[in-house]
Design a binder for this molecule. Sequence first.
Ligand code: ATP
Ligand code: MN
Length: 146
Amino acid sequence: MYDNILVPTDGSECANAAVDHALTLADRFDATLHALYVVDVRATHHSAPELGMERVRESLEAQGREATGDVAAQARERGVNTVEAVEEGTPEDVIEEYVDTHDVDVVVMGTHGRTGLDRFLLGSVTERVVRTADVPVLTVSGAKSE
Ligand code: ATP
Ligand code: MN
């Protein structure tokens, strides 16, 4: 049923909860797990313009390699196949493009991310992907009360 599972991660705790769930699914369905981090240069540049685009890009890329590498390490431990991807752009757009170009069957993502404002039901990236993706989107809450 599922051959390719996509878990977009921003390295946050809530995304890690989604990674856990995605690993279980991938294991159960013998699917390939794709870990995708999107380098959102413009959003970060906007909040810290003094850093300069190039430095922001480099630091986000490093963060992305760490986050996706971490998923891959956990997958290896469980014998799950993984693909690591770090791409630049607007997260929801890159995620949807990735779904289309990599035959993704299901997306597993956190309800929240690095911002994690509880007064919103869903973070903005997840909300947009849920609304517009052509495949099912499984949202995982990283709430500590769970
Ligand atoms: P907001 O960004 O709207 O202020 P937030 O950070 O709490 O709020 P989202 O950014 O929507 O919420 O994060 C929800 C989920 O979306 C994360 O758990 C992760 O799965 C995914 N996600 C968010 N940003 C990225 C990114 N840059 N690259 C890959 N996945 C991401
Ligand atoms: Mn976010």
